[in-house]
Design a protein around this ligand. Structure first.
Ligand code: GRG
Length: 300
């Protein structure tokens, strides 16, 4: 498949997900409303690449799902991701003033508003997940399992835990094992969850879920390695966020540990392992294959 196909899928995922996000944003403008409602709508309205929604969609379809309400599951994952970006940019974390080509939420509003808005987004994501599960006709047991997966990926064993380790490691040299653990948790866990949620929403059986877990695990690490490489090689304009931040913050990254070429090879190796996981599990999806390629070759 051509690289253009990934763009087409991302555009479709963006259109479907953004409609759900816009509907959520208008509810949030009413409640909690005020400055917090505006800050929530601002954060949810910023133009991300929508890679996680694209993975939800592609995994859902690979597992045989066809209903448009899958966009709500994709939106739930994107809301958790958006919360993580709002908090990641705060002065107490990576302290950045640009995101997705716009001022970060705490710069546009203020630190207290952005902090509170970030916290509100986690239960909002669960509301979105629940609404979509009802629309998809999923039973309570499946919804419970899906909510558990989303929250575990977001929590101390996943994204929060990875970010925590990343912050305390600043200025310290890490070995590859520590680095993989941080990447898997900080970024990989939510990406893996996106794939698993797509499979579960489609009613995928254990074998399908296991295959998409393995695929998601590999593309999750590949995604963060590509992020490390882009931070070191791309411009702020290309990225829509401040380039070179990892070096400024003395973060251990694949680039600092393996060099650019070593990091590139590792990203390709993980993308290859993701494709192999699909083949091993007998899951045929040109879209998931294309996304694995896009994730390591992307320019932003
Ligand atoms: C309480 C310690 C603690 C943490 C709170 C802030 C946080 C939780 C976690 C940070 C997780 C994080 C920001 C990981 C980096 C993931 C990453 C590579 C983001 C960039 O994703 P893209 O490129 O961005 O998909 P767009 O803007 O396109 O959506």
């Amino acid at each position: 498949m051509s690289p253009g196909s990934a763009e087409a899928l991302l555009t479709e995922a963006r259109d479907l997900t953004d409609a759900r996000l816009a509907a959520r944003a208008s509810l949030l403008r009413r409640s909690p409303g005020g400055r917090h409602g505006e800050a929530l709508a601002y954060a949810l309205g910023t133009a991300g690449k929508r890679v996680r929604p694209a993975l939800v969609l592609a995994s859902y379809r690979a597992a045989g799902g066809r209903a448009p309400a899958i966009a709500g599951i994709a939106a739930a994952v994107e809301i958790v991701h958006t919360y993580s970006l709002v908090h990641d940019d705060l002065p107490c974390m990576d302290d950045d003033d640009q995101r997705r080509g716009r001022p970060t939420t705490h710069v546009q509003y203020d630190v207290a508003t952005a902090t509170r808005a970030g916290f509100v987004m986690v239960p909002v994501a669960v509301e979105e997940l629940t609404a979509a599960a009802v629309e998809l006709g999923l039973d309570a047991e499946r919804l419970g399992r899906m909510a558990g997966i989303l929250l575990e990926a977001s929590g101390i064993r996943g994204m929060v835990g990875g970010q925590w380790l990343d912050l305390v490691a600043e200025g310290r040299t890490l070995d590859l094992t520590e680095l993989v653990d941080i990447h898997r948790r900080k970024t990989g866990a939510l990406i893996e969850a996106a794939c698993v949620l797509g499979a579960l929403a489609a009613g995928g059986d254990d074998a399908m879920v296991a295959t998409l877990t393995a695929y998601g695990r590999e593309v999750g690490v590949a995604f963060q390695i590509a992020d490390d490489l882009l931070d070191a090689t791309a411009t702020t304009e290309q990225l829509g966020k401040t380039a070179g931040r990892d070096a400024t913050l003395e973060k251990a990254t694949y680039v600092s540990v393996l060099g650019q070429e070593g990091a590139r090879q590792e990203a390709l190796r993980h993308a290859g392992a993701a494709r192999a996981a699909l083949a091993d599990g007998g899951v045929r999806s040109d879209t998931l294959l294309t996304l694995a390629g896009y994730i390591v070759q992307r320019r932003s």
